[in-house]
Design a protein around this ligand. Structure first.
Ligand code: PXG
Ligand code: PLP
Length: 457
């Protein structure tokens, strides 16, 4: 990409306060950004371009969603063609073939038994959809008391009320008052200094043993009785919390307990789905099949907003069997943009590329290099722990005195100045490079992070 000759895009950035302040930016320090905006105006492959002609390596694949790299011509063409052919169609009571084709293609990559797909516009909508499905399923089956929802500390399930209620990141919930009643399991993050490569061992460290952590669910069942519990929702590994990997045996044990007590197990695979784990799903990577699986992000390579919920056929069949007369709705739920034709076109083109380029294998081949590289930062300044799985890694950064969130922010901003985009959140730095990264690009990213850590006060 030749940044010196490339256009800035149709709208040039401005610096006047009125223009900047009209947009209340999401999950952003607005005052900080608007005092010195960090513009991104183009992207190709694994790099962003800035108006001043700099190239920025995309060390988080956008927000965990652009594993194939940016501006892939196959996706660009599919979206362009579709927007000209059918830009929108009502999602309720009418259909277009793309969403059926996409659902069919998606089920081919799901664990056996998960074969009915409901589309949403995002991962947050997928989270709330899955929770509503779980409650409605039990009610439809005549077990209306099964309503309680169980999430996990450090869990992230988007920002809607259902998602933050089962979510376990305090900063995302504390401002918003009463949510949906929910219980939470402990998180699975090992103590600082563990530096486990990939999955922590089953015996873990102290209370962070796989089976013991999962057995906390038994305590909640003792407390509430399974007849009142609808579902448990977890990420196979937690992304937003700073890449928290389950210990060996943990997910298997959760599965056993849910099965034994008739509780639905929901995997939120918004980050782990469609390649990042070196498998089509986290379920496949970890060898555990949930009853309901949520996806978003990588399904369109980030090009269009699209999410969804995949369920076991008997869950779908239960709704159909109890749906009343045929003209009635079996599940009164859906979004204006559910199954959006342009998003579905992006999804189909993305699946074509993931399949054709064998991205799952590409990720698997890159993982050992990535793992060695990131764990090479173990003795770097401020690093308390490093966790990794697939093409994702989280570093826990020691707090600056009295300002726990400051160092990760400073590190991420210094990295951007150096030409690398990484994500910071809480006391962590997160890396999730594109599947198409070269080993040299990984080395360069990690080396820049090492230099930045060393240079950070
Ligand atoms: N579930 C999980 C597991 C996620 O990671 C969502 C739901 C919500 O998806 P939407 O599309 O509504 O954002 C997510 C999203 C980060 C970061 O920096 C992570 C997400 C989004 C933005 C930033 O870790 N995850
Ligand atoms: N609010 C109002 C007033 C609406 O009419 C609608 C949809 O028709 C929504 C919210 C929901 O929007 P969406 O379907 O995009 O989630």
């Amino acid at each position: 990409m030749d940044m010196s000759t490339s256009p800035l895009g149709l709208i040039a950035p401005r610096s006047d306060a009125d223009w900047l302040n009209a947009h209340w930016m999401p999950f952003t320090g607005n005052r900080d950004f608007k005092s010195a905006p960090r513009w991104i105006t183009e992207a190709k492959g694994a790099y962003y371009g800035t108006p001043d002609g700099r190239k920025i390596f995309d060390g988080l694949s956008g927000l965990w969603c652009t594993g194939l790299g940016h501006a892939r011509s196959e996706i660009v063409q599919a979206v362009s063609r579709q927007v000209a052919q059918l830009d929108y169609a009502p999602a309720f009571q009418f259909g277009h073939p793309l969403s059926f084709e996409l659902a069919h293609r998606i089920t081919g990559h799901m664990p056996a038994g998960l074969n009915r797909v409901f589309f949403t516009g995002s991962g947050s909508e997928a989270a709330d959809t899955s929770l509503k499905m779980a409650r409605a399923y039990w009610r439809t089956k005549g077990q209306a008391s099964k309503t309680r929802l169980i999430g996990r500390l450090k869990g992230y399930h988007g920002v809607n009320y259902g998602g933050i209620s089962v979510g376990g990141i305090a900063a995302n919930r504390k401002l918003y008052g009463q949510g949906v009643e929910a219980d939470h399991l402990s998180h699975t993050q090992p103590p600082n200094g563990s530096f486990f490569h990939g999955m922590p061992p089953a015996e873990g460290v102290g209370k962070y043993a796989g089976a013991a952590l999962a057995d906390e669910l038994l305590d909640l069942i003792t407390l509430h009785d399974a007849s009142n519990i609808a579902a448990v929702i977890v990420e196979p590994f937690s992304g937003s919390a700073g890449v928290v990997i389950p210990p060996q045996g943990y997910l298997q044990r959760l599965r056993e307990i849910c099965t034994a007590h008739n509780i639905l197990l929901i995997f939120d695979e918004v980050i782990t789905g469609f390649g990042r784990c070196g498998a089509w799903t986290g379920a496949e990577a970890f060898g555990v099949t949930p009853d309901i699986l949520n996806f978003a992000k990588q399904i369109t390579n980030g090009v269009q907003p699209l999410g969804g919920v995949v369920v076991r056929q008997d869950i779908y069949d239960t709704f159909m069997a109890q749906g009343g007369p045929d003209y009635m709705l079996e599940f009164p739920h859906g979004y204006t943009y559910s199954a959006h034709p342009v998003a579905c076109a992006a999804g189909l083109a993305t699946l074509d590329l993931l399949e054709r380029e064998n991205s799952v294998q590409q990720v698997r081949e890159l993982v050992p290099h990535f793992e060695r590289a990131v764990h090479g930062l173990r003795n770097a300044a401020h690093v308390l722990d490093i966790r990794n799985y697939g093409l994702a890694a989280g570093l826990t950064i020691a707090s600056a005195p009295g300002e726990p969130a400051k160092r990760p922010y400073e590190i991420a901003m210094a990295m951007f100045q150096k030409g690398y985009y990484v994500r910071y959140g809480g006391d962590t730095i997160q890396l999730a490079p594109p599947f198409i990264s070269t080993p040299a690009e990984i080395d360069s990213l990690v080396s820049a992070l090492g230099d930045t850590l060393q240079a950070t006060a």
